[in-house]
Design a protein around this ligand. Sequence first.
Ligand code: ADP
Length: 457
Amino acid sequence: MKRRSIWIIIVLMSVAMIGIGALQMYWINWSIKLGKENFEINIQDALKDVSEYLRRQEQIETNSINFSNDSEKEKRLKKIQSQNLDLRLREVEKRLPSPAKLQQLIDSKLSANGIFTEYRYGVFSTRRNSFVIKNGNYQVDDFGPQVVVPEYTDGELQLINSRYRIDLYTSVNSTPGYLYLHFPYLNSFVWTSTWKSLLAALLFTGAILFCFIYTILIVFRQKKVSEMKTDFINNMTHEFKTPIATISLAADSIKSPKISGNVDKVTRFANIIKQENKRMLEQVEKVLQMAKFDRENLNLKLSQVDLHTVINQAVANISLQVVQKEGNVEAKLQASKFIIEADENHISNIIHNLLDNANKYTPEKPQIKVSTLDRAESIEITIQDNGIGLSKEAQKHIFEKFYRVHTGNLHDVKGFGLGLSYVKALVTAHSGTVKVKSELGKGSRFILNIPYSQPKQ
Ligand code: ADP
């Protein structure tokens, strides 16, 4: 898959995700709004029911005075008229049923309209200009007429500012009072009906997002692996081309009559062939070794290894190349305990690989330092160079197979990207650790810790 196509898919998917998210937010918002509107309608209906019930109740009470015979019909009418007149003058709190009954009535009308959230209520008298009944209690003991400029309490302010109110016993020319309702938990009541769908929407969107990001990461990783493999194949072809060409040239030379008679020259060319052959064999060995680690458990051939001798040998081997670059390798072996239980061959390869890298990745005048130190249960080996260094990002990956830092101007540094993964695999097999400390342009430090003895299997 081309990088461009991946990016197009990422952009498309992101746009789609944002679209779906926005659409979901819109629907949820809409359903909250709808819930609120429904709630509002239900409250208004409940309030109307209460008011209507109170009005009818009063009428029934007034009309229920019994008169024994027809002759009193007129009396009765007069009485009703006077009572009505009287009613108009009576305080609203006197016309209402007891606060407990009023509360019962509000309760039943609210639940009949599907509203089950907590509420506060108050009856406001227009004549007194204050609340006369509040949440089940009378607010006045003196029922006489009074007009006060009230100072409302917080609770009363909430009631007075509430949208939910209905007038009580309204007649043509007066409204003696209002019933106010306030719902302190209105928002949470509406939310309880929507939070489940919101949570489900969030969960599903989260799952899709997670899968999407995960898939993209895998695609990128696979792409990288495939690039690294291509690099590896290119490298390998390149590494083999030179010895093959050299061998071919040497063979041609031996065949030529001018040379075939000269034993010295034939031996020289035969030696070249042998040398190049050895180089190719080493390369093949490296690759094969790595392939082997993939499939097999490492079987270490453990023995008591003198680490300082191994290091000194490796230093001697590399020093020729370093000196050619006008550099210097220095061994500062300070550990007092340097005989460790390990696989000598692998330990030697590890040190060689690290020294080889220190030299390879220091283009000019390498100053390479190898040191050892005693640690509690292990020996610490540090290999330091003053080379090109490694970025933080590269440091995360150098121990991966086939990984090589692309530096453009360093085409001449050859390698398969296998050396450090070998180091890591073998140090781990020895129950040790390998760490890198490096700064780009300043050099690198590889720190190995290998235990003195291996755990018994
Ligand atoms: P290679 O065969 O490429 O050297 P390695 O596994 O040994 O493979 O190293 C992986 C990569 O880590 C190298 O390609 C190089 O970019 C980087 N690297 C390794 N050692 C050093 C070092 N001492 N200084 C800077 N970069 C290093």
